[in-house]
Design a protein around this ligand. Structure first.
Ligand code: MG
Ligand code: ZN
Length: 250
């Protein structure tokens, strides 16, 4: 059990250090306040690691974007398309978070992009330690646009700073426009909300205006881009947003 998010990560999962799990087991029967304090310690340690990662990425001229969504919203498809469109002019690299498989990493590799797979096992999010380990293998060069595809989950990835420069939350039209209300924590930390699969709008019950309204109600500072990674509609705006982020973080 992941002590921080309580959503199933086992003690053997990469990045979940042994002390934290030992403590977790040891305090298993303590009252809830102990658990809250432990969570705060885990997150404080993660934030410290993440701050170091961000500083090193800044020094190295790397811009890192953390992509989060529920399973099937289209993170990998959007990445494939983005690599195809930007990869010839910008060095792009990807860290792939997935519970068990290398399937998404194989798709990214086939798109011609350096990629490192992080398998979280029963774990349901990436954390800063996993990010650091992946970066040690990937070694992105100066000017790299680094995408992190987080584990498909709209809950605990919201808690874990990876040292990225921006958090992007993707929601797809078949999922419904109420996602920002149902998962407010992740939308609250999003710099950008992408509504993907707008090509399906004629066939699904999804109101773009109300999704935008809900996202703004949770996070007035978040931006929203509606696009389709398959038809290409709206991708220009996504690429302009990326260009702005890259100029900010350099
Ligand atoms: Mg994927
Ligand atoms: Zn988790």
């Amino acid at each position: 059990m992941c002590a921080t998010c309580g959503c199933g990560a086992e003690s053997g999962a990469p990045g979940h250090d042994h002390d934290h799990h030992h403590d977790h087991d040891h305090h298993h029967d303590r009252p809830p306040i102990e658990t809250v304090l432990l969570e705060q310690q885990v997150l404080a340690k993660n934030d410290l690691l993440a701050a170091g990662i961000r500083a090193r990425l800044d020094d190295g001229g790397v811009t890192a974007l953390n992509l989060m969504s529920s399973p099937g919203a289209g993170k990998t498809t959007l990445l494939e398309r983005t690599i195809a469109d930007l990869g010839s002019t910008i060095p792009v690299a990807v860290i792939e978070g997935d519970q068990e498989t290398r399937l998404d990493a194989e798709r990214i590799g086939a798109a011609g992009c350096p990629v490192v797979q992080v398998n979280t096992g029963a774990g349901c999010h990436l954390d800063a330690q996993m990010m650091r380990d992946a970066l040690a293998v990937l070694e992105p060069g100066a000017g790299t646009l680094l995408f992190v595809e987080n584990v498909g989950n709209l809950v605990c990835p919201a808690l874990f700073d990876l040292g990225e420069h921006a958090k992007v939350v993707i929601v797809s039209t078949p999922e419904g426009a109420d996602k920002p209300l149902k998962y407010p924590h992740i939308f609250a930390v999003a710099d950008l909300v992408i509504v993907n699969k707008v090509d399906l709008l004629p066939y699904v019950d999804f109101d773009l205006e109300s999704c935008s309204h809900h996202a703004k109600s949770v996070n007035p500072d978040s931006e929203l881009i509606a696009l389709s990674a398959t038809t290409g509609e709206g991708l220009d705006e996504w690429y302009r947003w990326i260009a702005r982020r890259r100029s900010v973080s350099r």
